[in-house]
Design a protein around this ligand. Sequence first.
Ligand code: SIN
Ligand code: FE
Length: 297
Amino acid sequence: MNSNQNRVNLSPVAQIAWTDPAPADLCGRVISALESGDVIFFPDLRFETTPREQRVFSPSIVGSSKNVSFDPASRKIACEAASEEDRGCLSEMLGRFNSQAAALVNSLLPAYRGRVTQGRASFRPVEIAGRKSSWRKDDTRLHVDAFPSNPVQGRRILRVFTNVNLEGRPRTWRVGERFAELAARFASSLRAPFPGITAALRLFHLTKSRRSAYDAMMLQLHDRMKSDDAYQSASPQTTVDFPAGATWMAFTDQVTHAAMAGQYQLEQTFLLPVAAMEDEQKSPLRTLERVKGRPLV
Ligand code: SIN
Ligand code: FE
């Protein structure tokens, strides 16, 4: 991987385990790379699945959805199509992945302890290459993550991914330019919503909390990127293969990414207030506020 200042880099961390305590110098290196917008890549951190769990390794398990989602708080699996027994398998596998991903974050990012909260986990058994979707939902287009119905009000989206493909196939991503370049490129076209819109979204329960100016602008940024064909093909970018048996972690609200190919992945989402960062000036919130010259939450 070439190290390019203007592009997202992979920062490799070899030979660690999910739950072992990590040495302080490693933690320091990881937090600074992560907050700078690198992908932290664990080439040999494998998530083991049991033969019983492997029964649910089929794209048909999701019905008409993209993935199976798991709420760590209620231990509930959202998957209408699955049988009782399959739901049991999914819940066991995602519950164990949730604990291991949380242990990894806890040991590698001690500065975030007590501040980071858990969101949902997901199992993604559908092949990405050739999957049909609208341009807005098409994750093969470069984008940063933003949640339409779950406003984050500036909080960071930290995600841990692991490739559990049983045939040894990689998950292929493209990663693009750094967030500062991205913000400079698109910020002039990002607008705060009219106050009436924010209130209506709450009133009709289309958002679970208030959609801040930051949330509205991140959604617009997501859409501007995905709908711009020239940006998709000509912006600085690198293709990355994450091998089966590998794990990686990134702030996906900051790292421009697109998932191009691959099947069978687990993902755990965490949320982090910007005030808990080592350097909150590196966050998308503070970056957009600098470009716009005003507070956005
Ligand atoms: C995405 O967040 O865009 C998709 C990542 C993946 O499923 O590999
Ligand atoms: Fe994404």
